[in-house]
Design a protein around this ligand. Structure first.
Ligand code: MTE
Ligand code: MOS
Length: 815
């Protein structure tokens, strides 16, 4: 056991705790950034002027009419920016653009005494646009050769010869949708400036340090003149990793110019039409199998739809390429990636960060090829799972593949997979218009930021004279339970009860130069830093206690608020007493600490190295039932075994697994982002702007039976107290739902039907797929011919929006 992963006796980590703010979340007492507005005086409200074109040049901008609206105080335009007019780190995101790059792009912002006055002021701003040609779909961008950023290439083995030698070769195309984050709390910032000119921005951000940097560069200030605080977020899911910066900068700019606090909170429709989403992708692939269905070669080109600017598109694409293998050994691989530049919101991080997109491609390939190979999908997947000694296509050894197999076997057993498969076959034989499917899929997800530099964190721990403990760390709380885990880590490292530890909100003036709380590594990085800070203090206290107890410092133990000598049943001194004594001996009772993940190396130019500290594994089996008349379907039962190492906080981890799974199922089966792709005046407009037209999972889509277990006896050597990251990996367990749908649809056709399923596999898309499967019965043939031919996707054009839902949408947009 490494010192980092080893647990002391009676650890507080590993206990099932509710989320530290659970009660506050449900009673409404937990404060979010926008709640602070009510506690501030003379706050101004910001409202954007959004462009009604996908692409246009701004030829004139007249702000005077806005000032005629009562309550309007100031209109912010590019001329007001004292520093850099850019909202990002790549310098391709003008904060106040002179060229509109997507429908809904904010051209300028109006500040007013009330939000309503700001809205009316924004409506009064007069803008002249010269519309320009636009690219709205990834296919249009590919045809127009419109790309941005680098075009990474990953290669292993001899792909050409492997295809020559392969028994079966298939090829195909697959285009799949992105996803709206739909965090409950939309983007929000509240900025103020104090009497010394110190700018203070409270912001719903996953990356306070970067928000601070961007605010500083927009204002032409240094970082030490800007403080960013994040109390907590009402969900972020990657959507607040890079996207909050520009909004924070607008609020801060407004505060510096008016001397008043400025609040900028997007309403739902603004958030959906202005902020970036999960990248949709287009994939073209060719795959070779041997006679037993073992992968021989894969050649794939992934094109992500990056939207108008880069923000995180390059690292998202890198992670997609690094997860194209999912959990499977593919000896020869060639993968190319590129980011399409389209006139849409700037697509960004979303739980899994490209990993889900890469993995979806290989799962789709397996799902489509299994019937063509004549191998059951579960058998085909099992045969190809990584085994000891294997390395990933980018050259990283696959650590502990036996844990993947253990999880697989456990799901087969606890999910009664074999018996249910037979039962489903009987059910399907007996029902012409209702079919069921049961599918099992694995997850392997690399933990660490691909960019090695981001794998660092800091913490600041204070022990006060009365023995109470206050911890600060660089991570942010977005509902994932990071703060709960961090208090458990501190209590464990100091050997005090949890009640002794309190956590202060994340602020850039407490812990500087932090990384985004992202890549699921919040607990790994900040936990290790907190543990280190606590250990520094504990070691100093051990000296004090050693003298008091008459033993050597190495023999002093801290446990449950008491200090005693190891294996010594005699004297126990309270924690408070030792702390008190230490203060009078002038021993430092606070510590700052730093952690960097060791042993990472990554050469992004050749996509080779060991970018991940370890892999998180998981396996899910899902059973669905599909109605052949409507495509409507239900998720009857889900069995999951997920690997979180030795859990820091089991209740939190199970919540993460459940939430991620449902969010993944939403992406794959319900949530249907649509843009106006017509040549009409609304071209490029996001059509699904509210919950009325964008269907999120709700209680009715929860699995009827949902069994989640954490893989036991799987401590992770390289991470804090033997735990593993959990935030993102379980999202990809939802592939099992999509594959179960595919199998249920296939049951409407003759044996061996290969089903091409759109993504998202909405009921409508499932219905079309059923039609296609049924057609193969009528025509009396199985689709063995040319699976490379992708059938048309009627679902893509046959979508209609009822005026009803438009109306609801408008109502929602007034909130
Ligand atoms: N869970 C909740 N409730 N809300 C969120 O916004 N974000 C996810 C995941 N779980 C999220 C969540 C994402 S995208 C990441 S990267 C991780 O949490 C980040 O937190 P961690 O690093 O502490 O796991
Ligand atoms: Mo998560 S997508 O890494 O914020």
């Amino acid at each position: 056991m490494s010192a980092l992963s080893e647990r002391p006796a009676n650890p507080v980590v590993g206990l099932s705790m509710p989320h530290e703010s659970a009660a506050g979340h449900v009673t409404g007492e937990a404060l979010y950034t926008d709640d602070l507005v009510l506690r501030s005086h003379r706050v101004l409200h910001a409202h954007p002027v959004q462009a009604p074109h996908a692409h246009a040049r701004i030829t004139a901008l007249r702000t005077e009419p806005a000032y005629d609206v009562p309550g309007v105080v100031r209109v912010l335009t590019a001329a007001d920016v004292p520093g850099v007019n850019d909202a990002g780190v790549k310098h391709d995101e003008p904060l106040f653009p002179d060229e509109v790059m997507f429908h809904g792009h904010a051209v300028c912002w109006v500040l007013a005494e009330t939000l309503e006055a700001a809205r009316l002021g924004a409506a009064a701003v007069d803008v002249d646009y010269e519309p320009l040609p636009s690219l709205v779909t990834v296919r249009e961008a590919i045809e127009a050769d419109s790309f941005q950023g680098g075009q990474p290439h990953l290669e292993r083995g001899d792909v050409g010869s492997a295809f020559d030698a392969a028994e079966h070769v298939f090829s195909g195309e697959f285009e799949f949708s992105g996803q709206e984050h739909f965090y409950l709390e939309t983007h929000c910032s509240l900025a103020q400036v104090d009497e010394n000119g110190q700018v203070f921005v409270q912001c719903s951000t996953q990356h306070p340090s970067e928000t601070q940097e961007i605010v500083a560069h927009v204002l032409g200030l240094h970082s030490h003149e800007v403080t960013v605080q994040c109390l907590r977020m009402g969900g972020a899911f990657g959507g607040k990793e890079m996207q909050p910066h520009g909004y924070a900068a607008i609020a801060a700019l407004g505060a510096t110019l008016t001397g008043r606090p400025v609040r900028l909170r997007l309403n739902r429709t603004q958030d959906m039409t202005m902020s970036g989403k999960r990248h949709g992708f287009h994939a073209r692939w060719r795959v070779g199998f041997d006679a037993d269905g073992r992968f021989q070669a894969l050649d794939a080109t992934l094109t992500s739809d990056g939207g108008w600017s880069l923000d995180l598109s390059e690292p998202v694409l890198a992670r997609a390429l690094c997860h194209l293998d999912n959990s499977y050994w593919i000896p020869n691989v060639r993968a190319n990636g590129r980011v399409a530049k389209t006139h849409k919101t700037s697509q960004t991080a979303f739980r899994g960060f490209g990993g889900p997109q890469g993995m979806l491609v290989i799962e789709d390939i397996l799902g489509r090829c299994a019937p063509l190979l004549g191998i059951e999908p579960d058998e085909l997947r099992a045969r190809n799972l990584y085994r000891p000694g294997h390395t990933t296509p980018y050259g990283q050894p696959v650590g502990h593949p036996e844990r993947l197999h253990a999880a697989w076997e456990q799901v087969l057993a606890s999910g009664d997979f074999a018996a249910r498969t037979q039962e489903i076959a009987r059910f399907n034989a007996a029902h012409a218009h209702t079919k069921r499917g049961l599918a099992i899929t694995p997850v392997k997800f690399g933990i660490s930021f691909n960019l090695t530099a981001f794998n660092q964190a800091g913490a600041l721990v204070h022990v006060y004279k009365d023995g109470s403990v206050l911890i600060n760390h660089g991570g942010t709380e977005m509902g994932q339970g990071l703060h709960t885990k961090m208090t458990q880590v501190a209590a464990t490292a100091l050997g005090v009860p949890l009640a002794k530890v309190r956590l202060a909100p994340t602020r850039t003036d407490k812990v500087p130069n932090t990384s985004a709380t992202a890549a699921s590594s919040g607990a790994d990085l900040n936990g290790a830093a907190i543990k280190n800070a606590c250990e520094q203090i504990r070691e100093r206290l051990a000296q004090v206690a050693a003298t008091r107890l008459g033993v050597s410092p190495a023999d002093v133990r801290f446990s449950d608020g008491e200090v005693h000598a190891v294996a010594f049943s005699g004297e126990r001194v309270s924690w408070e007493e030792i702390v008190h004594a230490a203060y009078f001996q002038r021993v430092q009772l606070f510590a700052a600490a730093f952690y960097r993940t060791e042993d990472l190396h990554w050469d992004s130019s050749v996509m080779h190295g060991e970018p991940f500290k370890y892999f998180a594994y998981g396996v899910a089996a899902s059973e669905v039932e599909v109605d052949g008349f409507t495509g409507a379907n239900t998720l009857r039962r889900v069995d999951i075994v997920h690997d979180v190492g030795e859990s820091l906080s089991p209740l939190i981890d199970i919540g993460q697994v459940e939430g991620a799974f449902v969010q993944g199922a939403g992406w794959l089966t319900l949530e249907d982002l649509r843009w106006d792709e017509s040549d009409g005046p609304g071209r490029g407009r996001l059509l699904t702007q509210a919950a009325s037209t964008y269907k999120l999972p709700s209680f009715s889509e929860m699995p009827a039976e949902f069994n989640v277990a954490l893989l036991q006896h799987a401590p992770e050597e390289g991470a804090v107290y033997g735990s593993k990251a959990v935030g993102e990996p379980p999202l990809m367990l939802a592939f099992s739902v999509r594959e179960a749908l595919r199998q249920a649809v296939a049951a409407f056709g003759p044996a061996g039907t290969s089903v091409d399923l759109a993504s998202p596999a909405t009921p409508e898309a499932v219905w079309w797929a059923v039609q296609q499967a049924r057609r193969s019965v009528e025509h009396g043939h199985v689709a063995e011919g040319s699976p490379g031919v992708v059938p048309d996707q009627p679902a893509a054009d046959a979508h209609e929006y009822e005026p009803e839902s438009e109306r609801v949408q408008h109502q929602l947009s007034r909130t």
